[in-house]
Design a protein around this ligand. Sequence first.
Ligand code: HEM
Ligand code: HEM
Length: 251
Amino acid sequence: MKSNTFLIWDLPTRLFHWLLTTGFIAAALIAFLAEEESRLFPYHAILGLALLLMVVLRLVWGLIGSRYARFGSFLFGPRAVFIYLKEAFLGGSTRHNGHNPGSAYAIFGMLALVLGISITGIMLSLGDKGIKEAHEVLSYALMAVAVIHVLGVVFHTLRHRENITLSMVTGRKECEPAEAIASARPVAAAIFVVLLAAWTFGLFSNYDAATNTTRLPLIGTSLRLGENGQHDLRTQDRNKTGNRARKHDDD
Ligand code: HEM
Ligand code: HEM
């Protein structure tokens, strides 16, 4: 680790980032690759509901978190974005220890999109089939913004020869010691992990394969996570048994 690097990203922010990234990729892969009737499809909604809690907790952290995690530290006006983009393409570089004006807009967009996708997903699961298109459009929009975000990270990495992806892992960046945060906030990180694990565990343990539904922990609302998979499996089993019985009759 370079000696002139100091702590910028607290642990809750780093955990949030990598859990959000993994959960989003997994939820999207299941949505595209698994049949709605498959055993895997309910995991799509459960992952999506985990992402919802992550973003809700990130919104709280954006108000009470450490310096660079707070939304106030990356609220930039259009002028700052214009200057940032001009410098990015024409040269010159104002340094930002936290999020820069370019990534800030993508970040707010991604947080809002996860909320929109989860809310429309919940409406779908409550039986509002008309909202399906909105759920899909918002999902595609998030994929597009996430791709732009990653391209932005690659661009920054090459242009400034600064491994900001590694910074999102270690929390450290090159900066003046006085600009660093004092603590990685491990207690807040532990609370984040415990709340997320409890919520996800609750969603799993409330899951009823026979009806393909789960109940939201503490809230109690019942959600249907796709088509009734178990019913279809039972029908397949009945067909298989029927076929076997017919085979015996033939013997
Ligand atoms: C593997 C690909 C990814 C890499 C390498 C990556 C890297 C990064 C980096 C370096 C930052 C800090 C940016 C800055 O310095 O301003 C960041 C922030 C962020 N990224 Fe990613 N990212 C990836 C995928 C994603 C995906 C798929 C999403 C959303 C679905 C996402 C959402 C975010 C959010 C919300 C932040 C802000 C973190 C916070 O302040 O809480 N990222 N990412
Ligand atoms: C970031 C998270 C999510 C992403 C990227 C996402 C994406 C998608 C996509 C692309 C589809 C269409 C799949 C297809 O056409 O076969 C879909 C369908 C669906 N999603 Fe999500 N979704 C997310 C979260 C959720 C959540 C939180 C729920 C419910 C609580 C949910 C419930 C559903 C349901 C029930 C369908 C099937 C709709 C139907 O065909 O009737 N999703 N999702």
